[in-house]
Design a protein around this ligand. Structure first.
Ligand code: NAI
Ligand code: 13P
Length: 329
């Protein structure tokens, strides 16, 4: 098959290798001119340590990428999707979204954005998948999710390598909520690491985060069982514990008392959890639900709250029964 990938950061680039290894003809759209030259010349990227296989094509022309195939993978970070895709003719196109977050200006999930832009259908691919490890062909499993299970299975079956296994799921909302929220929680995990790397606290974080996934997911129409799967608990574990997470790294810097603008100004890569924490904060207000951990992450980032105070407040909330996860508070 011919497949275009839009976005040549770490994930789009690693995905170009997986798809080429699966026997497909791949065209990668690269935004940065210097990176485009470098990829054409050496097949290496400055976003990720990789040497791409022969045969992958590169372009800096977005129209060329969109015309290349009816199958388009998106790896543009969520806050930039509108800027890149709005106005393009996506009629008849299947978009496979790889990005994890919620657009701040509209509070929409990526699949909602691609529908708004006229795509024929959008399938979401998400799960525990550090680009660095996928690039090294480390055994990895993810979920392909769509409203219609046939669409999810169609994308699942595109992958034909021994190291990248894809499951299908028809709860696209749950998979997208998971991908967005896990980035916010990964920042909290980094804060814990920066404070002392406490294992008890990290386990509590991961477990109680699932309550927030279920609570927000319930408002948006997700199925709770999705959060026990690869896109939910799977991605939460990898991002909260793994050394490669950029969101977790941002949290570690916050714990040192650094300002978010200073932290972000030194980074070349995205930390989707930063804008997503704001979007989630807005969604919590819209639905009148409490998302205590996500809310504290938002306050640490955007209101300059001390991470120590945030932890103290989370620990001194009113007493509760553990069950009844759907209750608002
Ligand atoms: N890197 C990873 O391990 C994984 C990343 N993802 C998700 O994939 C998405 C893409 O992330 P990465 O490839 O990691 O990005 P990256 O952090 O490696 O690279 C930054 C990307 O943002 C783009 N960008 C920067 N400024 C832009 C602008 N003004 N307009 C349009 N694009 C701009 C760059 O061209 C580049 O493609 C994110 O949503 C991320 O959460 C999902 C799974 C794994
Ligand atoms: O989504 C990821 C792994 O599944 C990558 O997480 P980070 O964006 O925090 O690096």
């Amino acid at each position: 098959m011919k497949i275009a990938i839009v976005g040549a950061g770490s994930w789009g680039t690693a995905m170009s290798k997986v798809l080429a290894n699966s026997g497909h003809e791949v065209l990668l759209w690269v935004r940065e001119n210097d990176l485009l030259d470098q990829l054409k010349e050496s097949k290496r990227s400055y976003y990720i340590d990789i040497i791409l296989p022969e045969g992958i094509l590169f372009t800096g022309d977005i129209q060329e990428a969109i015309s290349f195939s009816n199958l388009i993978f998106n790896a543009v970070p969520v806050q930039f999707i509108r800027r890149i895709f709005e106005g393009l003719d996506l009629r008849g196109k299947t978009v496979v979204n790889l990005s994890k977050g919620i657009e701040l200006s509209s509070l929409k999930r990526p699949s909602e954005l691609f529908k708004e832009f006229g795509a024929f259908r959008c399938v979401t691919l998400s799960g525990p998948s550090y680009a660095d490890e996928v690039a090294r062909e480390v055994p990895t499993t993810v979920v392909s999710a769509a409203e219609r299970i046939e669409d999810a299975r169609f994308v699942r079956d595109i992958f034909k390598t021994g190291y990248f296994r894809v499951y299908s799921n028809n709860d696209q909302v749950g998979v997208e909520v998971s991908g967005a929220l896990k980035n916010v929680i990964a920042i909290a995990a980094g804060i814990i690491d920066g404070m002392g790397g406490w294992y008890n606290t990290k386990a509590s974080l991961i477990t109680r985060a699932i309550v927030e996934f279920i609570r927000l997911g319930n408002c948006l129409g997700a199925k709770p069982e999705t959060f026990g799967g690869l896109a939910g608990i799977g991605d939460l574990i990898v991002t909260c514990t793994g050394k490669y997470s950029r969101n977790r790294a941002v949290g570690e810097e916050l714990a040192k008392g650094k300002d978010i603008n200073e932290i972000l100004s030194k980074r070349k890569t995205v930390a989707e959890g930063v804008p997503t924490s704001k979007a989630v904060h807005e969604l919590a207000k819209v639905f009148n639900i409490e998302l205590p951990i996500s809310s504290e992450v938002y306050k640490v980032i955007f209101e300059g709250k001390s991470p120590w105070q945030a932890v103290e407040e989370l620990m001194s909330r009113s007493q509760k029964d553990e069950i009844n996860w759907l209750q608002n508070r």
